[in-house]
Design a protein around this ligand. Sequence first.
Ligand code: C2E
Ligand code: MG
Ligand code: MG
Ligand code: MG
Length: 295
Amino acid sequence: RAKDSGRNAIQLFRSTMQEAASERLRLENDLRQALVRGEFELHYQPQVDARDNRIIGAEALLRWQHPNLGPQSPGSFIRVLEESGLVLDVGAWVLDEACRTGQRLLADGLVDADHFDLSVNISPRQFRQSDFVERVERSLASSGLPAHALTLEITEGIVIQNLDDTIGKMRRLKRLGVSFAMDDFGTGYSSLTYLKRLPVDALKIDQSFVRDSTLDPNDAEIIRAIVAMARSLDLEMVAEGVERPEQLAFLEQQGCHLYQGYLFSKPVPLAEFRALLTLSRQGEEAPCASSPGQA
Ligand code: C2E
Ligand code: MG
Ligand code: MG
Ligand code: MG
């Protein structure tokens, strides 16, 4: 009996494994098709300076309009993109699309290049391509987006492979005018030595610390340490995942002023992002205009 149930368990395990494997293959094929069929799109999440509520940038975030399942967030497919290598093609598309959009926003007068940065996530595999610098240059040249309006978000995972190669590529891109932000800061290796050597411009405080910063003294302490570190290295910092006013108040008190989170806006489709920019422009240009209600 025990033997039987053991055998059954193994069979169950095996067929579950097989299902998982074929599920994964299906997903990989669907993703390959998605690029060809134009099912990917970018959403944009504003980054805000809380001191004057100005939109200082946006992060481009990948979305997949699945024909049957509807909109999919990267959480459900980014690993398969990475592991299959598809992230190289998709990443190239993301970079091109983001640069085109950024240039369009500039051309339409919705943002100005000196006060707006478009952030694009770069996967470690993508960054390690030998011609990565040239690829970024081409995306910039073909879109016409000024390099200083582009920020590349990298993670600490990029560093572990080859520090010298990483620094070399970053320096070349920085000479063009591109900026770098260290994403999900605090969740990876976070070695001070790395951070000191890498020419990054900004740290993004990971949302896992922000989430419980007002409840968990450890997370609050981590945020204090990150802010102190950013200050001493003269780096900008952006807090991710700010959802509640208490979190904002705590971070403001620590001296962090740049935010990206649902409290300000979720990631939104381009048309909605353009509408947000239009509203925020109007607010700047006509600060004394009477409000609609006063007519
Ligand atoms: P990330 O780069 O750290 O992006 C921030 C994530 O936090 C986004 O999730 C965003 O929607 C979410 N977020 C922002 N504010 C809040 C908040 O207040 N509350 C909560 N709960 N979440 C918030 P998303 O869009 O699902 O992306 C997840 C991750 O997928 C990204 O994390 C990034 O690592 C990756 N990713 C997204 N787009 C791309 C891409 O184009 N290329 C690459 N390589 N990776 C991407
Ligand atoms: Mg990011
Ligand atoms: Mg810039
Ligand atoms: Mg992040």
